[in-house]
Design a binder for this molecule. Sequence first.
Ligand SMILES: Nc1ncnc2c1ncn2[C@@H]1O[C@H](COP(=O)(O)OP(=O)(O)OP(=O)(O)O)[C@@H](O)[C@H]1O
Length: 320
Amino acid sequence: MEANEHEHVIEVTGLRRVYGGGFEAVRGIDFSVRRGEIFALLGTNGAGKTSTVELLEGLAAPAGGQVRVLGHDPYTERAAVRPRTGVMLQEGGFPSELTVAETARMWAGCVSGARPEGEVLALVGLEAKAGVRVKQLSGGQRRRLDLALALLGDPEVLFLDEPTTGLDAEGRHDTWDLVSALRDRGTTVLLTTHYLEEAENLSDRLAIMHEGRIAVTGTPAEVTASEPSRITFELPDGYFVGDLPPLAALGVSDHTVDGRTVRLRTRELQRAATRLLMWARETGVELRRLDVRSASLEEAFLGIAKDASAATATKKEYAA
Ligand SMILES: Nc1ncnc2c1ncn2[C@@H]1O[C@H](COP(=O)(O)OP(=O)(O)OP(=O)(O)O)[C@@H](O)[C@H]1O
């Protein structure tokens, strides 16, 4: 297949996974990832992210639906898919007595056309640790070794299962820079993460899973736009919410009052903020600690998880 940026490198339709005891961990999900895109799979604990990624990696057969990676079934056509993909599992599980360089060399023996191990260790900032035994690495350094091994085959598609778990803030930012650089070179990346900031900063598109289903898919901006924005301020003594212009006319969907602090939620942030500030100027009121902000991905995530628990999720999908 010819590579082009519109090509769907990963295509998932109606995918299901059922474990031995009959538990359905993945309940019919659909999404696709284009070449050169970073796609993040988010979700609450046990949502089914790892179960999904394992199906994409060809480690298990689906109970229903279909997966295509680079146009092939990763389970039945493993030989066609595996050499072109890199996989970073949650637990690498290497022999701990080997050094970092020996581990990379051993792994390279299993990869056709592997890059020199020094090159991948340098990419993840582990070159100074080449002679150190794996058991002496910190948790974060082990994660970086996992990533180095996934990069040995210079893969077209990279699966990263919680790539920055255990990394400190600097290590996390270094990994983001590396993953972005790989994307800029055309690598397609699918990652799972618990760090919403990671998905917000790094991913081109994301999906939020909950109890085996996808509740929402879209760009980070599209997903956050699905949640109301917030305006928070303190009213001076002698003023009350009833003194504000009618909240419905400001486009405010709901509000709370805690002492002097008022919190408004609105889907029409500009209109609400403008009218509120005009009112403040006209009445000569100072709105102390004024804070006006769009929803964060974290708020969207929490809102979706809550909604999805309360009822069968109405799936929101934005154009791919
Ligand atoms: N081998 C298994 N047998 C039975 N159930 C399993 C098995 N592996 C996972 N599950 C169940 O499937 C569900 C999804 O698990 P999965 O590990 O895919 O979730 P996840 O979204 O990756 O979670 P986390 O964020 O906690 O890593 C969970 O309820 C889990 O208990």
